[in-house]
Design a protein around this ligand. Structure first.
Ligand code: NI
Length: 189
């Protein structure tokens, strides 16, 4: 089932997430719905808060970028309770990002080039390894969503000021996108 994507400004994107436990009801169904929702909106990553669920769960599929970046060919990952450790000795790099929850906005974000990741997969197997380059960036972006952070929180104050009007429109749901969304609209009395 394709779920609506919660937009920038919605409180669910700022709500602390819980660890996923093996007895979480219908976890398979939630993962399947997140995949379907991400493909329907042409995304390469999605985090549970973006579909309104405050859980530490991410799905990534960067296969579509494999023509330009061969190392991404066939890379699809379910990340349950991911934990990132960064290598501070490696210089951070800046690159443009976008987000399904922030439609129409692309901005440069500084990220660590190399990370170490521990996670559990959908078969409840635990993994641990290093990631670098573009995939490391996608993982950092998605894991940010699990800690109430959206990529525009990481851009310079000047850039943020310049896109303030666009962000306010997203908060109000004035967006033009091809997928279903849910925006934050204060309730009228
Ligand atoms: Ni995002």
């Amino acid at each position: 089932m394709v779920l609506p994507i919660y937009l920038y400004g919605h409180p669910v994107l700022r709500t602390p997430t819980e660890l996923v436990t093996p007895d979480y009801p219908d976890l398979d169904k939630l993962i399947a719905n997140m995949k379907e929702t991400m493909y329907a909106s042409d995304g390469i990553g999605i985090a549970a808060p973006q579909v309104g669920v405050s859980l530490r769960l991410v799905y990534i599929d960067v296969d579509v970028l494999g023509d330009d970046l061969p190392e991404l060919k066939g890379v699809r990952m379910v990340l349950i309770n991911p934990e990132i450790t960064v290598d501070e000795s490696v210089e951070a790099v800046s690159r443009e990002e976008g987000c399904l929850s922030v439609p129409g906005i692309h901005e440069s974000v500084q990220r660590h080039e190399k990370i170490h990741l521990k996670w559990t997969d959908e078969n409840w197997q635990t993994h641990e390894r290093d990631f670098e380059g573009y995939l490391s960036r996608v993982i950092q972006h998605e894991c940010d969503h699990l800690f109430q952070t959206v990529f525009v929180d990481r851009i310079s104050p000047i850039r943020k000021q310049l896109i303030r009007g666009k962000l306010n429109n997203i908060v109000k749901g004035n967006v033009d996108c091809s997928y279903r969304t849910r925006s934050y609209k204060p309730k009228r009395k």
